[in-house]
Design a protein around this ligand. Structure first.
Ligand SMILES: C[S@@+](CC[C@H](N)C(=O)[O-])C[C@H]1O[C@@H](n2cnc3c(N)ncnc32)[C@H](O)[C@@H]1O
Length: 216
């Protein structure tokens, strides 16, 4: 039986180190944790969700795939009600504002003990700014295409002495520029153009930039 994991979640899994104890926050169906255990990548998984329905579906799926005994389930807003014994927190499929709210309610996460893998659906620059201002460093950021959409996945480390992102870097982060994927390049250029568009009053220039953005 194949675990139905999207390319988006597979990309998140690719950042998990062998033997990691993983906390999947906002687990919904639970497939990320189930996959990590099934493949022998994670040594233990905490799966949590703010809603009872998704959590129960994760419990059922873990039974179906024979890993129920290796996952502990928690009904929790963010990390409020979960144990702190894990190495890597994965948060996928949520908006940047929700992630900021989860992270800001848990200052105890701000430690080299924890690594974050974040796959943000919207308001990504806001999340990058929060991470950088707080002392988190986006060590890697991958772009991938899943279906019709482009997504990014970040690996984030606690490194408060690292230089902060500039406002433009919150849109065009160095971690993305360093990525070799062509798709990353397209997204990078498109975001740059969007910023340029927002900062010019010249109508013709604006028109050209808009056309370029559309073409890209
Ligand atoms: C769109 S689903 C994404 C599920 C899965 N992580 C994925 O990427 O496919 C978002 C899930 O996050 C849960 N969620 C939203 N806000 C949350 C919060 N503050 N704490 C925990 N879970 C939350 C929702 O109930 C939902 O199951």
């Amino acid at each position: 039986m194949k675990i139905p994991l999207s390319s988006r979640l597979l990309a998140c899994c690719s950042f998990v180190a062998p033997g990691d104890r993983v906390a999947d926050i906002g687990c919904d169906h639970g497939y990320l944790g189930i996959y990590l255990l099934h493949k022998g990548i994670a040594s233990a998984v905490i799966a949590s969700d703010i809603n009872e329905g998704p959590l129960q579906s994760a419990v059922r799926n873990s039974e179906k795939f024979g890993v129920r005994d290796k996952i502990s389930f928690y009904l929790s807003d963010g990390v409020r009600n979960i144990p702190r014994e894990f190495d890597t927190m994965v948060c996928a499929g949520m908006g940047g504002d929700t992630m900021v709210s989860i992270l800001s309610s848990a200052p105890w996460l701000q430690s080299k003990q924890y690594r974050l893998i974040l796959q943000c659906q919207s308001k990504t620059p806001l999340l990058r700014k929060y991470l950088s201002d707080t002392g988190w460093r986006i060590a890697q950021e991958k772009v991938l295409k899943d279906g019709k959409f482009l997504y990014t996945v970040m690996e984030v480390l606690w490194q408060p002495d690292y230089p902060k992102l500039t406002p433009a870097q919150c849109y065009i982060p160095p971690a993305l520029i360093e990525s070799e994927e062509a798709v990353a390049y397209r997204k990078w250029v498109a975001e740059g153009l969007r910023i340029a568009t927002a900062h010019t009053d010249d109508a013709e220039k604006k028109q050209i930039l808009l056309e370029l953005e559309k073409a890209l």
